[in-house]
Design a protein around this ligand. Structure first.
Ligand code: PLP
Length: 422
């Protein structure tokens, strides 16, 4: 077969884009070569519906071993007793959990998308808002922080079957103990979606959701630095006191319901090549090198937040506990759209983001979200965060001046040569 030059040339272009720019999208990272090697392996050829040793296909001896290693490493990394490593993505992990635990029309209570939550926590354009009855809690306008008394009041009012915590753009840690207390008061299942900070949580740098939440989901490609994918975890399996039944009317343990929620509930064959890459990434995340990395991610974010504040930027909640921050650009007379486009011109990649109580549309927005997971993988340290913020500020303050933007882009490109990627 002839090599597909068109596609491979484009892949080369993307690699070049990643190499020459500064990557600040909070949900992105650079996986290791060995993670990519596993993801691009012959395992992509294998069908393996079912679970290790319980498959619907022959020839699964090898992938059984691989998937079991991924499960065992995930459990070790998060101190869990049960894990399902098959979800193709974070959204799929949440879909599987909801399918396993809820009936159509059940009420769910999640963190508002407009305040930093995720689409899969009840947005009307997502399955979670279409199939279930969504309700939301948010942050306080003055502080940018969640008020748990208000979460409790809303929970008591709407009596959700599932209370969901976790976010895509919330820079503060979560009070899982309080949330469990609220969930228990209304008999709700407590789900934590730790897609963003899972690497920090795995290595003990943030509160541990597994201690209090019934079920935990995460993506594997953000701070965790694995391949694109999802993961479901539980610290302890439990009989389901909610009396959730399988389609055949059986009452089973939660682990069994969740496995069924993934397959056959929401997926077909698992991606064994991606599961192998997850196994490799989990092993990496257990290493001393990763511990050093994830500590640096947090330090870099703290410095970056301080530097933005020094230059007069308004951070939602005033700072960060994790790897990301949400910046309100209204006092700078900028929109998220202008910021994203301007920074794109200087090879700094960020995403525009709604800020709580935003009056602009999601295509324009009043804010931008930045994170330090990817630049830290690249080897950048605290002093480099100061320089990045200065470059961002210079570009934003001169967003109509193409000459200055060109000069900043050259500076970015030359600087990044010092931090080789792959
Ligand atoms: N949950 C949260 C909190 C997220 O931030 C994301 C992705 O940004 C997801 C779920 C969805 O993950 P995926 O894009 O892998 O479906």
């Amino acid at each position: 077969m002839q090599r597909d030059k068109v596609v491979f040339d484009l892949i080369d272009r993307e690699e070049d884009r990643q190499k020459r720019g500064i990557e600040l999208i909070a949900s992105e990272n650079f996986t290791s070569k060995q993670v990519m090697e596993a993801a691009g392996s012959v395992l992509t050829n294998k069908y393996a519906e079912g679970l290790p040793k319980k498959r619907y296909y022959g020839g699964c001896e090898v992938v059984d071993e691989i998937e079991q290693i991924a499960i065992d490493r995930a459990k070790e990394l998060f101190g869990a007793t049960w894990a399902n490593v098959q979800p193709h993505s974070g959204a799929q992990a949440n879909a599987a959990v909801m399918l396993a635990c809820l009936k159509a029309g059940d009420s769910i209570l999640g963190f508002d998308l407009a305040h930093g939550g995720h689409l899969t926590h009840g947005s009307p354009v997502n399955f979670s808002g279409k199939l279930y009855e969504p309700h939301f809690y948010g942050v306080e306008e003055e502080t940018g922080v969640i008020n748990y008394d208000k979460v409790q009041a809303t929970a008591l009012e709407v009596k959700p079957k599932m209370l969901i915590c976790g976010a895509s753009a919330y820079s503060r840690d979560w009070d899982y103990e309080r949330l469990r207390d609220i969930a228990d008061q209304v008999g709700a299942i407590l789900l934590a979606d730790i897609s963003h900070p899972s690497g920090l949580i795995a290595r003990g740098l943030l509160n541990d959701p597994l201690e209090f939440c019934h079920i935990v989901t995460t993506t594997t490609h953000k701070t965790l630095r694995g391949p694109r994918g999802g993961l479901i975890l539980m610290r302890e399996d439990f009989d389901n006191p909610w009396g959730i039944k399988t389609p055949k009317g059986e009452i089973r343990k939660m682990s069994s319901l969740l496995d069924m929620g993934v397959f056959p509930g929401t997926q077909g064959g698992p991606l064994e090549h991606i599961i192998a890459a997850k196994a490799v990434a989990f092993q990496e995340a257990l290493s001393d090198e990763y511990m050093e990395y994830i500590l640096q991610v947090k330090k870099n974010a703290a410095v970056m937040a301080e530097e933005f504040v020094k230059l007069g930027y308004k951070l939602i909640s005033g700072g960060t506990d994790n790897h990301l921050m949400l910046i309100d650009l209204r006092n700078k007379d900028l929109t998220g759209k202008i910021a994203e486009e301007t920074l794109g011109k200087v090879d700094i990649t960020i995403n525009k983001n709604m800020v709580p109580f935003d009056t602009k549309s999601p295509f324009v927005t009043s804010g931008m979200r930045v994170g330090t997971a990817a630049v830290t993988t690249r080897g950048l340290k605290e002093k480099d965060m100061t320089k990045i913020v200065q470059l961002i500020d210079k570009a934003l303050m001169n967003h109509s001046d193409e000459a200055i933007l060109n000069q900043i882009r050259s500076e970015v490109n030359e600087w990044m040569v010092q931090f080789p990627l792959y």
